[in-house]
Design a protein around this ligand. Structure first.
Ligand SMILES: NCc1[nH]cc(CCC(=O)O)c1CC(=O)O
Length: 311
């Protein structure tokens, strides 16, 4: 008998602990589905991993995903694992995302060594966050709070917080749960206080459009509910934003077969806040997309010139 050569397929990922955890999760799922293939991780650095300052100042989209997409296109990797929150709403024509994994906790976590909740923060507290959305949402509730940058991967940020660099920070509950750091969460912030980023808590797998075999295999991993939810949220974002410089939040939650959608846009200082909410029975990706997109367009015209969108 001829020994069977195991085909190798490469799963591309960033090197942060959270990215690696998510890529290993995908690797396990693929090994279960297709043990004949040798599923290897390939770690790549993205521009988002090397930037020091404010992400918004770098303008470009896809800071955490572009290098992975280039590696897909030139064949260095066969799959790319992304946090969907980091994936631009307009994709490359030669790439597709056929699998979205079941959604984790969508909330943001408030983390502080000394203070029990957002409302317990002392007057003028210093909050470390590079996220425009979290800053604006917190400022809307607590205009007295001051901000500083706190960047780096989840562990780095938690360490800086313990060193006293700031009084509190925010991270996605999903990321902390995946890293086994749920005990660091001081308060899981209710979504009516802090509506999450579009697609927060969802991991997606991107591949080359032409890779039909991979598409067929991944179709079985796709979570339809996660797909419809984030399709609506990302369509809302797409209708509103071109630059990642406007604080935008969206969440589409299931109640039976009804998708309950909420979206909001804030001014950077949190002084202006425009929101919408609606519920509809949704069955297809097309319906989910239209649902989110229309709400983005309506909100955009409600806002008029009061918040600038530099598309
Ligand atoms: N690069 C930032 C990023 N992208 C996705 C997550 C969290 C995990 C998720 O939303 O799926 C994080 C970190 C954070 O916001 O705390």
């Amino acid at each position: 008998m001829q020994p069977v050569r195991q085909p190798t397929r490469h799963i591309g990922t960033r090197g942060s602990p959270l990215a690696l955890y998510q890529a290993e999760w995908v690797q396990r799922l693929l090994r279960d589905r297709d043990p004949e293939t040798d599923w290897q991780l390939r770690i790549l650095k993205t521009s988002g991993d090397t930037i020091e300052g404010e992400l918004k100042d770098f303008g470009g989209k896809g800071l955490f995903t572009r290098e992975l997409e280039e590696a897909l296109l030139d064949g260095r990797i066969d799959l790319a694992v992304h946090s969907m929150k980091d994936v631009p709403t307009v994709g490359h024509e030669r790439l597709v995302i056929p699998a979205l994994l079941p959604r984790a906790d969508v909330r943001d976590a408030f983390i502080s060594v000394q203070h029990a909740s957002i409302d317990a923060l002392p007057e003028g507290a210093l909050v470390g966050s590079a996220s425009l959305r979290r800053r604006a949402q917190l400022a809307a509730r607590r205009p007295d709070v001051r901000f500083c940058l706190l960047r780096g991967n989840v562990q780095t940020r938690l360490r800086k917080l313990e060193e006293g660099v700031c009084d509190a920070t925010f991270l996605a509950v999903a990321g902390l749960d995946r890293l086994g750091a749920s005990d660091r969460i001081t308060q899981a912030v209710p979504t009516d206080v802090m509506l999450p980023a579009p697609a927060q808590g969802v991991v997606g797998i991107e591949i080359r459009r032409e890779d039909q075999r991979m598409r067929d295999m991944l179709a079985g991993l796709n979570d339809k509910r996660a797909e419809l939810s984030i399709t609506a949220e990302r369509a809302f974002l797409r209708a509103l934003d071109g630059s990642c410089r406007t604080p935008i939040a969206a969440l589409a939650e299931w109640n039976g077969s009804t998708l309950q959608f909420r979206g909001e846009v804030l001014s950077t200082d949190g002084a202006l806040r425009f929101g919408c909410a609606d519920a509809r029975t949704i069955e297809t990706v097309g319906e989910a997309y239209d649902f989110g997109f229309v709400h983005g367009e309506v909100l955009r015209s409600d806002i008029g010139g009061r918040i600038t969108f530099d598309i």
